[in-house]
Design a protein. Sequence first.
Length: 364
Amino acid sequence: MVAFLVSAGSSISFFLMKPKYYSTAELAEKTGTSRQVISAIINEKWKEKRISQATYERIKETMDELGFVPDRTATSLKKDSRKKVGILCHGPLYSHILTAIEKLNHHFLDQEIPVEMHISAEGGLADGLRDLMGQRVESLIILLSPMTRNFGEVDLRNPSLLKLLRVVPSIIYNFPFGIHEESLEKELIKGGTQLIGFFKDNAYIQFFKSLPHPKKCRLLVDDKIFSLFRAGTPISKVCEDFDRVDTYPNPQNEKLDQNPFLMGEKLAHLLLPKIQEHRYDFIVTSSDRIAQGMATVLNEAGLKIPKDINLLGFDKINSLPYFKHSLPTIEVPIQAMIDALLGTLAKRLSCGSAIKVEAKFVNF
């Protein structure tokens, strides 16, 4: 866990909603015990104090249900009375998230709002929230990295997460709309969380519809991208028109810290026999850099791009025009999402909502 503080002056909360933190005294009253008992359980000294297992489990269950987090500022010699905003960067830092951090930094410095920022690893989103809530932040912004496995499913489905988010007004930025079951999205909104993210489906539909002669078209698709094409969705219906649609394992699943371009080169060498055998028209990748790496190897193997085969990237990275191959891509609407994030802060919303920004298919 990494933490650092952005300096600021006055105390301004950007939400009309107020956090619902429970004190140890309120928890003691709610459980019919004492502050001493609660303190012993918080500090895992309940056995020394001869508190029964049944009492321990009952109070821990109540803590979980209420989203109770101990006030870590209570032990500070000098308490800061200013209201703070908590920012949690969850998962590997990525260009999208770094851009959002830069914009938020300017926003909160201009507003003179103090910020407590943490970074959490996969599987640690709930713990990261508890750390920030322990600092008694007034509101939370969670920046979800697109590099998390299966679009952050492990953390977003953690039962403790919803209970914690009900305590503090929150925004989840880069929420993966259309990836997980709609019930998860509804639960988060019902609990008061603002969701901001982008929707990919229409962009892929635009791409598929741009392909000539679909009944003769053969596609090789990254399995992480293919997971979007669930049965019954508009995308899956478009895919039914193609002659052949195969998948390959996403190369970044276990190697999020490796160079995507080199990863694309390695992947192309691995898939080359299959590509030559089935004569695919298009390879759908999860990254512009992976697509460029694959294109380099395929070109060296004698496959002309885009005449013999073409590749679809994802992101529309700034350096894309400088690569050798001008490949089509899915553009992530970063600026539109950041505008939505800053707009949400300015509106001071008091209830949950979802802002979905559409990604675009870009053909160079």
